[in-house]
Design a protein around this ligand. Structure first.
Ligand code: FAD
Length: 385
């Protein structure tokens, strides 16, 4: 395989590099959490700028506000964004999983109404799947929607809903036919978070911030026009969204991991530990694994780039990412030594990342469930349950 970049790819890299150097904002000075309204405004403005510059939705079709380019251009952008430590995308739930799902199964009106606003961060989206008694076993969800003329009336609760407190819309899974088989009576609704009857209660994580929330629905009216896909056909829509979520880790995550690895190597230098054989081995292993991750992501993204739906292979990326991130921040804290106990100051962000990383092996599918998916749907082994 010849991996030498073509002149067109070189030119794209030059264009991206020049744009990023001119547009990446100075690092945010305040708290780096969703609880800081200034940080939210900073990230919103960055996402809008990225979309306006043509560097968000790089692989999305042009008619939905994307650039209609391929996974190679996306990888080039990721590498360059990592190089200049570009901020993250606050609307990533929308960009990574909800937008691509609306683009695949939405009506023309839904695509027109939602996709561009989602990309340009005029509207932030939350994913309303998990409930107190339905996480890995999502088919047990109980949030109920009953048809009333041209509306559904929704009652119930979601939990662990990331970014709900700053979201304008939620991609909601509800039970519309309680008598059908558990996977057959589910519908996907696109719900305006400002609808009367929606309330949000932030949950505090051990990292100290409130990334996720409980969301309650009390007699919330949702127009039937906001059903995504078929009524009672929401399970297929949910699986499509989850596959996009796992597959799209291939887009943003290599950027974040490259930045983190660079910081950890820098930290080892500052602490005078680059001669330490154990530290050297851990950093070399992390560098090697990151290269493997990048190549695997690029391969997965090229499947989607050919217009195919993302497959269960995305579970490999998700599993790899959660293990990698947890190991790397653990290594970082070992290198930091006693400074790794500081919740504020120079090492505060590192400690935050360590605490936040514990959720990686739960969010977007637990490690155990992903291993089952890989065994059964990638390797063709018998089901374990
Ligand atoms: C940081 C974070 C952000 C999140 N954001 C969102 C969000 O935005 N929207 C949303 O809808 N959800 C979100 N979630 C919820 C997440 O999807 C669920 O927590 C996850 O699916 C697991 O569900 P659960 O918590 O109910 O655990 P359970 O499903 O009850 O699992 C408990 C334990 O049992 C194991 N287990 C369960 N079933 C099996 C099985 N069949 N085989 C082997 N082991 C099994 C699990 O691996 C786990 O260790 C988020 C979670 C976290 C941590």
């Amino acid at each position: 395989m010849d991996l030498t970049p073509s002149p067109r790819e070189e030119a794209y890299r030059d264009e991206v590099r020049a744009w990023l150097e001119a547009n990446v904002p100075e690092p945010y000075e305040g708290g780096h959490t969703i609880d800081d309204p200034g940080f939210v405004a900073y990230l919103r403005s960055w996402q809008k700028k990225l979309a306006e510059g043509g560097f968000l939705g790089i692989t999305w079709p042009k008619e939905y506000g994307g650039q209609g380019l391929g996974p190679i251009e996306q990888s080039i952008f990721n590498e360059e964004a990592a190089r200049v430590t570009a901020p993250s995308v606050i609307g990533h739930v929308g960009v990574a999983l909800i937008g691509p799902t609306i683009a695949m199964v939405g009506t023309p009106e839904q695509k027109e109404r939602f996709l561009s606003k989602l990309l340009y961060c005029e509207e932030i989206w939350a994913q309303g799947f998990s409930e107190p008694n339905a996480g890995s076993d999502l088919g047990s969800l109980a949030c109920r929607a009953v048809r009333d003329g041209e509306d559904f009336i929704v009652n119930g609760q979601k939990t662990w809903t990331s970014y709900a407190q700053v979201s304008d819309w939620i991609f909601l899974l509800v039970r519309t036919d309680p008598d059908a088989h558990k996977y057959k009576g589910i519908t996907c609704l696109l719900v305006d978070m400002k609808s009367p009857g929606v309330s949000v209660r932030p949950l505090r994580m051990m990292s100290g911030d409130s990334v996720f929330n409980e969301v309650f629905f009390s007699d919330v009216r949702v127009p039937v026009a906001n059903v995504l896909g078929e009524i009672n056909g929401g399970w297929t829509v949910a699986i499509t969204a989850l596959m996009h979520e796992r597959m799209n880790l291939g887009g943003a995550i290599p950027v974040e991991l490259s930045q983190l690895l660079a910081k950890v190597i820098d930290l080892a230098r500052q602490r005078g530990l680059t001669d330490d054989p154990v530290v050297r081995q851990k950093l070399a292993q992390a560098t090697l694994e990151l290269e493997v991750f990048k190549r695997t992501s690029a391969r997965a993204m090229s499947t989607v780039g050919k217009g195919q739906a993302p497959g269960p292979e995305g579970s490999i990326l998700k599993l790899f990412w959660s293990n990698y991130n947890q190991c790397l921040v653990q290594t970082a804290l070992e290198i930091a030594g006693p400074y790794g106990q500081q919740m504020a100051g120079n090492f505060g962000e590192l400690v935050y990342q360590y605490l936040r990383s514990r959720g990686n092996s739960i969010e977007a599918g637990t490690n155990e469930v992903l291993k089952n998916t890989i065994a059964n749907r990638v390797l063709g082994l018998p089901k374990s349950y």
